[in-house]
Design a protein around this ligand. Structure first.
Ligand SMILES: [Zn+2]
Length: 131
């Protein structure tokens, strides 16, 4: 495979990228295909790596806002034995809310964050909500 810009050879590589949200920043290594000519610098990060970038960004945003990150939300829901759909119906937000929270597409609100914290610590509260 040749570089589409300069025709030099390309190679598979990991490159460091800084991901930021407000004042929070983290550096991640992303796989991609890059031109070997340092003067050219052309390159493309692998498609799936952008999902990872979106996930890291969602984590930074949650951290900044002081709410749970997507993985933590999923963990609590799974521990409560709820499907994403059921969780959205019980806690509010609608049938697709948890799918969006857990994919990092929507950051949970502070009230939802606090509700999840409470039911994860006191699962017996679920009996009230199931009514
Ligand atoms: Zn090139």
């Amino acid at each position: 495979m040749a570089c589409p810009l300069c025709g030099s050879e390309v190679e598979q590589q990991m490159r460091s990228y800084a991901i930021a949200y407000k004042h929070l920043e983290t550096v991640v290594d992303l796989p991609g295909i890059f031109c070997k000519d340092p003067d050219c610098g052309e390159g493309m990060v692998e498609e799936q790596a952008w999902d990872f970038v979106a996930k890291v960004k969602a984590e930074l945003k949650a951290d900044y806002l002081g709410v749970m990150a997507p993985d933590h939300i999923r963990e609590i829901r799974v521990n409560l034995n709820l499907s994403q759909r059921r969780a959205g119906l019980i806690f509010g937000g609608g049938p697709n809310a948890f799918q969006k929270y857990e994919a990092g597409k929507v950051t949970i609100s502070k009230p939802m964050n606090n509700l999840l914290r409470l039911v994860s610590k006191y699962p017996e509260l679920m009996r009230e909500l199931h009514r």
